[in-house]
Design a protein around this ligand. Structure first.
Ligand SMILES: Cc1cc2nc3c(=O)[nH]c(=O)nc-3n(C[C@H](O)[C@H](O)[C@H](O)COP(=O)(O)O)c2cc1C
Length: 361
C-alpha cells in the first residue's frame, strides 16, 4: 500500500469524521438550548461510538484498517509495541478499543477498573472547551465501570488479544487493599487463560474516589502498594502520575518507582480545573469542576517528562498529544511511549497520520 493511498484515505475519513462530529455537536447544542436543559457532550460521544460500530461493520477494512510502518516499533521490557502510540486509559467499550487498535495504536489501555460496579457521577459530566484555540475536555465522569469481578471474567475472552498488541490494565481503588485485591483477581484470570501480552498501570492519580484523595498523594502508601503488587507479577508495571502534583512530589515518586524492576511512569493524568474558570454554567459539572485534558496539557506533560528523565525509568508521555510534532517534542524530552485520549475522541485518524510521520523522521 503506497504512502499516497494512506494519506488520501486518512485525509478523507478524517474530514468526514470531524465534519459529522461538528454538525452533531451543533445540533445537540441547539436541542439543549431550546429545551433549556443543561447538557454535555456525552451524548455526542455515544452517538459517535454508534457510528463507529456501523462504519466498522460496513466499511471497516477501508475506514479503519491501517498498517503500521515497521521502523517505528518500540520494546518495553518483554513487550513489543508495533507503534509507540498507546490508547490512554479512558474507555471501556472493547469494540471501540479494537477499532483504534486497527487504526494503528501500538497498544491500548482499558479504563480504570474499580472493585464494585459503578455508575459514575450524575450527568452533565463531560464538557468540551476551547483554550487558546486548542480543543480540550473537562470531565468528571467518576469512574463508571462493571467492577473487577465481571471485568476479570470478560477480558480474557476479548478479541483485543487477537491483535497481539500489549493491552494495558488500569487499576484503581479507594485504598491499597482495594488496588491489591483488584490486581490479584485480574492477574489470576489472565494467568489462568495463559495470556501474557499485557501490562498494568496503577492509576495513583485519580481524585474520583469517594475520599477525593489519590494514592500518589502519599509516597508511603505508594511504596506499600508496590511492595505488595510487584512481586506477584512479572509483566511491566506502570504508575500514572498527576500534573497537579508539584515537581518535588513527582521526583519523590520517580525515586520510589525506580527501586523496583520492570517499571515505567506514565505522566500523566488530567489536571483539575473549576468550571467557573471556563465560563461553564453552574450545574454543568458535578462537584464544580473536573479533569482537564487535551492540547493545553502539553507544556506540563513535557515538563513532567523532563523531571523523570534523569531517574532512568522508561517514560510514557500522556497529556495533550495529537500530532507528530507533539510526539517528537515528548521524545526529545525523554519519553519512549506516547498516550492519547482526547485526540482519539476528537479525530482518531491522528493515529495513522502520526505513525506515517514518525516513519518519515
Ligand atoms: C472522559 C475521560 C475519562 C478518563 N478516564 C480515565 C481513567 O479511567 N483512568 C485514567 O487513568 N485516566 C483517565 N482519563 C485520563 C486520560 O487517560 C489521560 O491521561 C488524560 O486525558 C490526558 O491525556 P489527553 O490530553 O490525551 O486526553 C480520562 C480522560 C477522559 C477525557
Amino acid at each position: 500500500m503506497g504512502n499516497e493511498e494512506v494519506f488520501l484515505r486518512t485525509w478523507i475519513f478524517s474530514f468526514v469524521y470531524r465534519f459529522v462530529r461538528s454538525i452533531t455537536r451543533l445540533l445537540f447544542r441547539i436541542g439543549q438550548w431550546t429545551s433549556g436543559r443543561e447538557g454535555d457532550i456525552e451524548s455526542i460521544v455515544q452517538f459517535g461510538d454508534r457510528n463507529l460500530y456501523r462504519t466498522d461493520r460496513w466499511l471497516g477494512r477501508l475506514a479503519f484498517q491501517y498498517t503500521i510502518p515497521a521502523s517505528i516499533e518500540y520494546e518495553l521490557y518483554d513487550l513489543r509495541f508495533k507503534s509507540p502510540l498507546i490508547g490512554a486509559s479512558f474507555k471501556s467499550d472493547l469494540n471501540i478499543l479494537e477499532i483504534w487498535l486497527k487504526m494503528g495504536l501500538g497498544g491500548i489501555t482499558h479504563k480504570t477498573i474499580m472493585h464494585k460496579e459503578r455508575k459514575g457521577n450524575q450527568r452533565p459530566r463531560l464538557q468540551q472547551v476551547r483554550i487558546d484555540r486548542q480543543q480540550a475536555l473537562i470531565n468528571s465522569i467518576g469512574l463508571p465501570g462493571m467492577g473487577v469481578d465481571r471485568f476479570s471474567k470478560t477480558l480474557p475472552g476479548s478479541v483485543l488479544w487477537d491483535h497481539k498488541r500489549p493491552i494495558g490494565i488500569s487499576i484503581g481503588g479507594e485504598d491499597v487493599e482495594e488496588y491489591y485485591s483488584n490486581f490479584l483477581k485480574i492477574e489470576s484470570e489472565l494467568k489462568h487463560n495463559d495470556l501474557s501480552c499485557y501490562f498494568y498501570e496503577l492509576n495513583i492519580s485519580c481524585p474520583n474516589t469517594d475520599t477525593g484523595m489519590a494514592i500518589g498523594d502519599s509516597t508511603n502508601e505508594l511504596e506499600t502498594m508496590l511492595n505488595r503488587i510487584r512481586p506477584e507479577t512479572s509483566v511491566p508495571l506502570g504508575v500514572k502520575v498527576s500534573p497537579d502534583w508539584n515537581d518535588d512530589q513527582l521526583y519523590r515518586i520517580g525515586e520510589i518507582v525506580r527501586s523496583y524492576s520492570e517499571m515505567f511512569i506514565n505522566s500523566g493524568n488530567t489536571r483539575f480545573v473549576r468550571s467557573v474558570d471556563f465560563d461553564l454554567k453552574e450545574g454543568s459539572m458535578p462537584r464544580g469542576g473536573g479533569g482537564l485534558s487535551g492540547g493545553p496539557l502539553l507544556p506540563r506533560t513535557l515538563g513532567m517528562i523532563r523531571i523523570f528523565r534523569d531517574i532512568g525509568i522508561p517514560l510514557m508521555a500522556t497529556g495533550g498529544i495529537s500530532t507528530v510534532h507533539h510526539v517528537r517534542a515528548a521524545k526529545e524530552a525523554g519519553a519512549v511511549l506516547f498516550g492519547l485520549a482526547t485526540a482519539l475522541i476528537m479525530d482518531p485518524y491522528c493515529v495513522p497520520r502520526i505513525n506515517c510521520g514518525l516513519a518519515r523522521s
